[in-house]
Design a protein around this ligand. Sequence first.
Ligand code: 8YV
Length: 312
Amino acid sequence: MSLPSVLLLAPLPDFLLTPLRQVALCHDYFHAVDKDHLLAEMGAEIRGIVMAGGSVAPVTLLDQLPALEIISVFGVGYDGVPVEHCRSRGVRVTNTPDVLTDDVADIAVALVLMTSRRLAEAERFVRAEAWSRGAFPLAHALRGKTAGILGLGRIGAAIAHRLAAHGLSIAYHGRQPQAVEHRYCATLVELASVADFLIVACPGGAKTHHLVNAEVLAALGSRGTLINIARGSVVDQTALITALEQGIIRGAGLDVFENEPQVPAALLTSEKTVLLPHVGSGTHETRQAMADLCVGNVAAHLAGQPLLTPVC
Ligand code: 8YV
């Protein structure tokens, strides 16, 4: 009996593909030169999609896959999946929550430290042999500052826990207050106005698109720093560039961007930014755990067993 067919919508690591190939025949849509030809040949056979957190599965593509049963996302964010459409079609959706929480929270803390203590700049200073010409300028302490977390989910809560240990007060904004001690702000503008670090940790997608806009950045103010480890789509990148250029905010630490892997020149050349290439979950240990979950969900579905981490 031949294996069921799955479509790959993203470049995926070998440690995911090798076990996936044990349970499914993989068709590489992402790298296919003639995507239409691949769909015309295989579309009717495809029972599963495997994609990454940042990739997109448009309805127009899903419409060409009549036998589709499951979408397994190699990532916690499934903003690239039209979930309501999948639900109405009975297509299951899965992701990889929990296993990446600590790593992503660590990167948020790293960005807070890198921006406040000017660590990237300080490192460049040593490499440029500038130290012998004078001391590096003073930076800002974390102690006594406030972190405003947008989205106190699993990752937001892990960031809060870590930053509390660094001596920061925690405030947050989300759809509703939670049973936690931290200060709840009913609006994002209120959160930004109390925050020294506004940390984006909410899901991407239409509901959060450009939530962090010019008004929010103005409320964050000239002593405030924006940190984003969630999705580039949550921040209006053009408004962010203006806010940095005009000194409306102090700085930004970004692991995610609106149009990855493109990063606007204005962010690349700014002295006020710390930029990372979407490495939140990028460790051997975590990516392996994500791959295990991602493939485990496909295998469970194909074996008629309950999904490990169902979205719907
Ligand atoms: C990954 C992510 O970089 O989990 C997510 O939603 O964006 C990241 O952890 C990505 O999914 C792996 O390709």
